[in-house]
Ligand binder design. Structure first.
Ligand code: NAD
Ligand code: UFG
Length: 332
């Protein structure tokens, strides 16, 4: 079975390519390298000892996407490509709407043309906004607070409309919680060029001496120690979730929505302390004001993904913080 992976050079996409190749899927990647590097392709080949095809280009380029489908006989698509920085999306909403919508619509139109109707889409826990209760179930009310989140929510709606118009589609929408960690080869991982927005990339830059101090955004949240609580999931577990989703959409038509997390919430301070203990390194931090838009706590009810996808994350928070640090040490 041949899978087109959009955004396959990125953090989650590259790990998913490895799992796909390890499971004997054929892989074709399209990526414009706007947030990744081309050498990731060679690293994936080295890790898996398998070949894959890479098209360097933009998913908004309809001629290119058409050419890929004409050349490759694609059976299904995993659609990761997109811009993902919440803060940047508030400052540059049109960039986010243009890129995330245009790429998705182009992809879907070409998929229709070539009668390829199997899709896994990267959504996000951000579509739940500030949930009234925890853990979060898939049928909770949906609401977003920033343009990035809105692109995810609107695309979920587009996919629902598409399925309603044509019941031949099989679509799995995966709502990721907070992916961290890295592949055990430490060849691929998360390595933002700019100052990181997210907690774990920031912690590793402080631990490796690239940044001076972590700002913990608020200690007056309604949580165990006042700092924000999130559901961190190892990126390799998350990648395995995509294999399960591909297996399901290959068997069943329809559209469905799945939380991919661990079901456990950890506070920022718990993450910092665990990171320090496991890696035997000091993380310099200070408590600052809350970051606008942040919520107190967010963690998944994972029972539906277990029931329908037979997916359960297995890696511990200790493995996650170890792998994040190990990757950063070897790649900074
Ligand atoms: P990433 O930025 O590492 O990967 C995305 C890839 O898509 C990059 O390699 C980028 O170059 C590529 N890309 C972007 N726009 C493109 C376009 N128009 N054409 C071709 N390539 C394009 O991000 P990631 O963390 O791997 O996230 C993958 C997906 O998962 C994204 O859709 C993201 O919104 C979603 N997601 C991520 C998180 C997270 O915390 N990492 C959480 C929830 C959802
Ligand atoms: N945090 C800090 N300091 C930092 C960065 C983050 O204290 O420098 C805190 C935040 O306040 C929050 C926690 O660490 O309490 C996690 O923050 P992240 O920025 O790592 O992650 P978010 O939960 O805010 O958002 C991430 C992605 C979104 C995605 C969401 C899914 O950025 O795109 O997870 O749950 F939608």
């Amino acid at each position: 079975m041949k899978i087109l992976v959009t955004g396959g050079c990125g953090f989650i996409g590259s790990h998913t390519c490895c799992e796909l190749l390890d499971n004997n899927y054929e892989v074709v990647v399209i990526d414009n390298l706007s947030n990744s590097k081309e050498d990731v392709i060679d690293k994936i080949k080295k890790i898996t000892n398998k070949d894959l095809k890479f098209y360097k280009g933009d998913l908004c380029d309809k001629e290119l996407v058409d050419k890929i489908f004409k050349n490759e006989n694609i059976d299904a698509v995993i659609h990761f490509a997109g811009l993902k920085a919440v803060g940047e999306s508030v400052k540059k909403p049109l960039l986010y709407y243009r890129n995330n919508f245009d790429s998705t619509l182009t992809l879907l139109e070409v998929m229709c043309k070539y009668n390829c109707k199997k899709l896994v889409f990267s959504s996000s826990a951000t579509v739940y906004g500030n949930p009234k209760t925890l853990p979060i179930k898939e049928d909770f009310p949906l609401k977003t607070t920033n343009p990035y989140g809105s692109t995810k929510l609107y695309i979920e709606g587009i996919l629902k409309d598409l399925y309603n118009s044509d019941h031949e589609w099989s679509i799995a929408v995966l709502r990721y919680f907070n992916p961290i960690g890295a592949h055990k080869s430490y060849l691929i991982g998360e390595n933002p060029n700019d100052i990181p927005n997210n907690l774990m990339p920031y912690i590793v830059k402080v631990a490796t001496g690239k940044l001076e101090q972590l700002s913990i955004f608020g200690n007056d949240y309604n949580t165990i120690d006042g700092t924000g609580v999130r559901d961190y999931i190892h990126v390799v577990d998350l990648a395995i979730g995509h294999i399960k989703a591909i297996e399901l959409i290959n068997k069943e038509k329809g559209i469905d929505f799945y939380n991919l997390g661990t079901g456990h919430g950890y506070s920022v301070l718990e993450i910092v302390k665990t990171f320090e203990k496991v890696n035997n390194v000091k993380v310099n931090y200070k408590i600052t004001d809350r970051r606008p838009g942040d919520i107190d706590a967010c963690y998944a009810d994972c029972s539906y993904a277990l029931k329908k996808l037979n997916f359960k994350a297995t890696k511990t928070i200790e493995e996650m913080v170890k792998d994040s640090y190990e990757y950063a040490k070897r790649n900074s």
